[in-house]
Design a protein around this ligand. Structure first.
Ligand code: GLN
Length: 385
């Protein structure tokens, strides 16, 4: 049998998706892969029913159904203040996952370097490798998960083509401040690099923290490739709707990558999702309040285990420090949690470049009943193993 491509031996299968499979096998409460166990807003469900009876069953326009792109442009303008044009600035993709791959392939030549903060969402390294780029990792250190400006400066001195920023950050829960982002922008300008941002948690930010849109910083628009998704904002991770937003010259190239990768996102779902994009501001306030309550509930439950954990400023992930349990590896700990405790979390090492082995990432995008049931099971950790 011929050998498969050697680039595929450089990264593993997704640990997040793998943990979900194991959780399902054992009937564990799945706090590993981040997705809600509650329904999307009623408006979206009604629009989806309607869309099934409409003329939306064939390919939509490759870069996104016009009605969807128009609603999307209006929604982005409402929150960022940027004059986004549906034809010039957007490509609709199958989730932010495809958007990131498109962004990386649009920005980078084989051999180009890309700065990735560590810990990072596991897709970024795979995206870089698949597009032939070489990651340079810059650590974000606890407790605040800020970067060291000197370290970042040294990374930029290696002439990267792009930097990836996940804001709010998965898995750390860090929300980058305006000053941090301005500093990154200055470095990107100085070294003429693209800034690829991944912002699916833009509306899940806990007071007093606020989301700053990188593309809206003064002078940033031309070099920013924003990747985003409707998955988390409207609780529709299975709909696979995302987008790339960038300057027209970049979008013209990104459209080609997207077209040949997937042709397009599902047409009836684009049609139905317009109802989400048209929801009033109060929806987003409600979403923030909902997730603030979930965070408070889940952190309260984790506190009872006596173990320490990260305090998220945004997104819906917590990393629990399991060192006192004395496992040799976090993978072993994650499997034990699934089998013996009945709660699934992701081995933290899958997010880190550094040899980190003592963290398990849980998410709290679940109904209160699910979180309470998980909390009750996790209480057993108070007694050790
Ligand atoms: N972003 C979510 C997570 O980190 C889900 C990712 C996925 O499986 N596509 O768990």
């Amino acid at each position: 049998m011929p050998a498969t491509a050697s680039r595929l031996s450089v990264f593993t299968e997704s640990v997040i998706r793998g943990t979900t499979r194991l959780a399902n096998q054992h009937g564990a409460i799945n706090l590993a892969q981040g997705f809600p166990d509650f329904d999307p807003p009623e408006e979206l469900l009604a629009a989806l029913e309607q869309a099934t009876r409409g003329p939306h069953h064939q390919y939509a326009v490759t870069w996104g159904a016009p009605r969807f792109r128009e609603a999307l442009a209006r929604k982005i303008q409402r929150f960022t203040g940027l004059p986004i044009h549906p034809d010039a600035h957007l490509v609709v993709t199958c989730g932010s996952t495809e958007a990131m791959m498109v962004a990386m392939m649009t920005a980078c030549n084989p051999g180009d370097k890309v700065i990735i903060f560590s810990p990072f969402y596991e897709n970024y390294a795979a995206d870089a490798i698949l597009s032939g780029a070489v990651p340079i990792y810059v650590p974000l250190r606890p407790p605040g998960f800020g970067y060291d400006p000197a370290e970042l400066g040294r990374a930029f001195a290696q002439k990267p083509k792009a930097i990836v920023i996940c804001n709010p950050s998965n898995p750390t829960g860090k929300v980058f401040t305006r000053n941090e982002l301005l500093e990154i922008l200055r470095l990107a300008e100085q070294h003429d690099a693209f800034v690829i941002t991944d912002e699916p948690y833009e509306h899940i930010v806990f007071a007093p923290h606020e989301h700053v849109y990188f593309a809206a910083l003064p002078g940033a628009f031309e070099r920013t490739i924003t990747c985003n998704s409707l998955s988390k904002t409207y609780s529709i991770t299975g709909w696979r709707l995302g987008y790339v937003q960038a300057a027209p010259q970049v979008i013209a190239q990104a459209r080609k990558v997207h077209d040949f990768l997937t042709v397009g996102a599902a047409a009836p779902l684009q049609e139905a999702a317009v109802a989400g994009l048209e929801l009033p501001d109060s929806y987003y306030d409600g979403l923030r309040d909902l997730y603030t309550a979930k965070r408070d509930l889940f952190l309260g439950l984790l506190r009872q285990t006596g173990l320490s954990f990260t305090e998220p400023q945004g997104a819906y992930y917590v990393m629990l420090d399991i060192s006192p349990l004395g496992f040799a590896t976090d993978t072993e700990a994650s499997e034990w949690l699934i089998r013996e405790i009945g709660v699934a979390g992701v081995a933290g090492s899958s997010f880190f470049r550094e040899p980190v082995n003592h963290l398990i990432r849980f998410h709290f995008a679940k109904n209160a009943d699910t979180l309470l049931a998980a909390g009750e099971r996790l209480l057993r950790l108070r007694q050790g193993r």
